[in-house]
Design a protein around this ligand. Structure first.
Ligand SMILES: C[S@@+](CC[C@H](N)C(=O)[O-])C[C@H]1O[C@@H](n2cnc3c(N)ncnc32)[C@H](O)[C@@H]1O
Length: 251
């Protein structure tokens, strides 16, 4: 009760005030020894060549590079894309969109024109260094054409998309509150229903959950649809909890 009241006030204020330092940047870090296994080195080289990712290797921090490799590897391994002239993608709950390069590089390979939208309800949440998520996202998105960061509730989005990527949706109330969102925004069934309605026919949704509790909650939300779920290998970046991938294909 008290946490919800505090979250509601803070959330209201940051959406009104939009406070942030500006021009967030990160410096490139040396990647001579990333501590990868032989398998990871082989896979890294394959991804660098296939998706022209070498430039990002030379212009990123170690952690951010590895997190992007992790997502790029998942997309490459599990999301099969039909090449076409224009592809539209929605990323839901983008936070600071630290992984936008992997999404961009992956989908850009399969089209000549790309529309990649990232929607985030809490874009003005501040980090300890006084940059907000939006400002950090601007840095990660720099130079990528067709990429838009939308500061809004996904329920206000009405475009349609060929692919939807949803990494760590809040399917349980505790993480939703812990991340500072008011309870009134917690309605995972309703959120999913709206997101699914934005998918074009034959479109695919790619959802990542962490831990077995979240996976069970997610399966309950998507039951009855055409989907498959698998445990993700920990490659390139070690996450604390098991992560699971669900791929839903719209009829
Ligand atoms: C656990 S975080 C995951 C962030 C990011 N995808 C990642 O992998 O680090 C969930 C994100 O979803 C956002 N979110 C929650 N409800 C939303 C909604 N209705 N519309 C848009 N974003 C939402 C939250 O503010 C939060 O940034």
């Amino acid at each position: 009760m008290f946490l919800n009241l505090r979250n509601s006030i803070d959330f209201f204020l940051r959406r009104k005030i939009h406070f942030s330092r500006i021009n967030y940047t990160e410096k490139n870090e040396n990647k001579a020894d990333l501590g990868f296994s032989d398998f990871e080195v082989k896979q890294e080289n394959y991804l660098l060549n296939k998706y022209n990712f070498e430039d990002y290797k030379n212009n990123s921090t170690v952690a951010n590079y590895c997190q992007n490799l992790y997502i790029l590897n998942l997309l490459d391994k599990y999301l099969f894309v039909n090449p076409k002239e224009k592809i539209s993608i929605l990323d839901i709950g983008s936070k600071n969109w630290y992984y936008v390069r992997s999404e961009y590089s992956y989908f850009r390979k399969y089209c000549t024109e790309l529309q990649l939208d990232g929607v985030e309800i809490d874009a003005y949440r501040l980090y300890a260094n006084f940059y907000n998520r939006l400002e950090v996202a601007k840095f990660y998105m720099k130079g990528l054409s067709g990429v838009n960061y939308i500061s809004d509730d996904v329920r206000n989005i009405n475009n349609t998309y060929d692919y939807i990527i949803w990494i760590l949706p809040f399917v349980l109330i505790e993480p939703h509150r812990y991340w500072g969102l008011p309870d009134k925004y917690f309605n995972p069934h309703n959120l999913f229903k709206h997101a699914y309605s934005l998918l074009n026919s034959k479109g695919k949704m790619f959802i990542i959950n962490q831990g077995e509790h979240e996976l069970e909650a997610q399966k309950n939300i998507i039951k009855g649809l055409n989907f498959e779920t698998l445990l993700i290998d920990n490659i390139f970046y070690q996450y604390k909890y098991n992560r699971y991938l669900s791929i839903i294909e719209k009829e």
